[in-house]
Write a protein that binds this ligand. Structure first.
Ligand code: SIN
Length: 521
């Protein structure tokens, strides 16, 4: 086993122990859902070029691989699109009830293989088992939700402006969907998109993140068992050819919709490419979530939301509290309580241990980014309350739970999505001041407000320039609710009532010559 010490002075005194590389590989190899092949037209396949790329797991202390996947290129993605297009011709006409049944069966299989799916996710992503299991439940819930939505796909009817005409609108599947997903939720970002697409009657080509392809492939194995017809779900794996594969997906005539979760920069490029054939797009991009705590807040709710939101996935989520604004009257008490709660509840340790709550970051580069942001903040006056320094013998991908106070808007961290377990605290005096500060960002995904004053809660929630606001809660992600941002956090909604609409077009059918009598007034 590989032992890596946490920071005993500032951390919670628990050494982090990561899985042994050989153990990760040996465990993965034994899992029936683990595969190192891509999936096109219902076949498990290599790349046409026969090339492959390496995947580094949670235990990349010395950057050794836990497996490989086909390094696919343009010809493979073209073949996946053709397969999806062929499948779409018949899949679009399947009865919504049949699609609902299929999604439910897939959901049940996910529950049956919950531990296996979580183990794959844990090793490729670096989440501790507890967090990986939470993600599997979250991911599966999208299949369940969209199973219901498949049958609730409404158009409407009305009288036209032309006397004797009537029209109805009919929701139809948009066609082949190109799906590009990130590494931070290797399972949930796949199901959130594909379940909506399948419920609508679309077929898909998925390019999972190069860092975490195994969860997507494991889900495809279960989809196969659930009876998903061949060609409806295709998975193209690639690392080096990400740009050219993405370009084919965003420019191919047969792809009618692009659904992307990832960075704002990549989103802009994909949108530019997708404009060549005017594809329907939904983009869920970066955030810089304000987390506002007023003097009258219920501190236990504040802590519950902050610990859950800030350290979920080691802080690598787009909705993670990125700027924590605390009103002056409660500032010192908040910091003391937050430090104690973090020390008590955020536990690094062996990923497989049920009580480990802090895992690894995705790459050593993510650690360097945090190291630089923390150094920049300190150089401009921020004070370290907890963590802030990695033990010299820590794993390359480990960063300790860190709290910085006295943050100011001139620090790089205030304009950067931290994507790590670093909590940055800003002091404020007045409501207008904090709204102004919170909205001073080009992105707007999630925001949070804590107060017991109902009027202030509503005012703040509506004033925040974000797609989702949590009032007295740190969790806004729910398959039942629409998820998505505004400003440069993207557009489109996933989950909730609008989730299925993203994969549909509303066709208007007008019927004339009805000879309806019109009585003059
Ligand atoms: C994300 O970080 O992209 C998604 C977060 C969530 O679904 O909660």
């Amino acid at each position: 086993m590989l032992f890596i010490k946490g920071n005993r002075e500032q951390g919670n005194g628990v050494s982090i122990v990561l899985a042994n590389r050989a153990q990760a590989r040996t465990t993965l190899e034994k899992l029936p859902l683990f595969t190192e092949k891509a999936y096109i037209n219902g076949k498990w396949t290599e790349a046409t070029s026969r090339k492959s790329f390496d995947i580094f797991g949670a235990d990349k202390y010395s950057h050794e691989k836990i497996g490989s996947c086909p390094e696919m290129g343009e010809e493979d993605v073209v073949s996946a699109i053709s397969s999806a297009q062929r499948a779409f011709k018949s899949f679009q006409h399947t009865h919504p009830k049949a699609r609902a049944k299929l999604l439910r069966k897939w959901y049940n299989l996910m529950m049956q293989y919950r531990n296996e799916l979580a183990t794959i996710l844990m090793y490729e992503n670096g989440r501790p088992l507890s967090g990986a299991l939470q993600e599997i439940d979250y991911a599966a819930a999208f299949l369940d939700w969209f199973a219901g939505e498949a049958e609730r796909s409404y158009g409407y009817s009305a009288q036209g402006s032309i006397p004797g005409n009537r029209f109805v609108t009919v929701a139809q599947p948009v066609g082949v969907v190109g799906i590009l997903t990130p590494w931070n939720f290797p399972s949930a970002m796949i199901t959130r998109k594909i379940a909506g697409a399948i419920a609508a009657g679309c077929s898909v080509v998925i390019k999972p993140a190069a860092e975490t392809p195994y969860s997507a492939l494991a889900l495809a194995k279960l989809a196969e068992q659930a009876g998903l017809p061949e060609g409806v779900m295709n998975i193209v794996t690639t690392n080096k050819n990400v740009s050219s594969v993405g370009k084919v997906m965003t420019t191919h005539d047969d792809v009618k919709k692009i659904s992307f979760t990832g960075s704002t920069g990549v989103g802009k490029l994909l949108m530019q490419q997708a404009s060549s054939t005017l594809k329907k797009c939904s983009f869920e991009l970066g955030g810089n979530a304000p987390y506002i705590v007023f003097d009258d807040a219920d501190l236990s709710l504040v802590m519950q939301g902050l610990l859950a939101g800030k350290f979920r996935g080691s802080g690598q989520t787009c909705v993670s509290p990125n700027r924590i604004y605390v009103q002056a009257g409660i500032y010192d008490k908040f910091i003391d309580t937050f430090k104690k709660e973090t020390q008590a509840q955020i536990r690094p340790g062996p990923l497989e241990n049920a009580d480990t709550t802090l895992g690894c970051l995705i790459t050593p580069k993510a650690v360097s980014k945090l190291t630089n942001l923390v150094a920049d903040a300190q150089s401009k006056g921020a004070k370290v309350v907890l963590g802030g320094e990695r033990a010299p013998d820590a794993a390359e991908t480990f960063y300790p739970a860190t709290i910085l106070k006295d943050m100011t808007s001139n620090m790089e961290a205030s304009n950067t999505e931290l994507f790590g377990p670093v909590a940055t605290i800003y002091r404020f005096e007045a409501e207008a001041e904090v709204i102004e500060a919170a909205n001073r960002s080009p992105v707007g995904l999630a925001g949070y407000v804590y107060t017991q004053d109902v009027a202030r809660a509503w005012r703040t929630a509506e004033a925040l320039e974000v797609g989702m606001t949590g009032i007295n809660t740190g969790i806004v992600s729910d398959p039942y609710a629409p998820f998505g941002g505004i400003k440069q956090s993207g557009f489109g909604r996933e989950g909730g009532r609008h989730g299925i609409e993203e994969f549909q077009i509303q066709k208007t059918i007008t019927m004339g010559g009805l000879g309806m009598p019109l009585t003059p007034l």
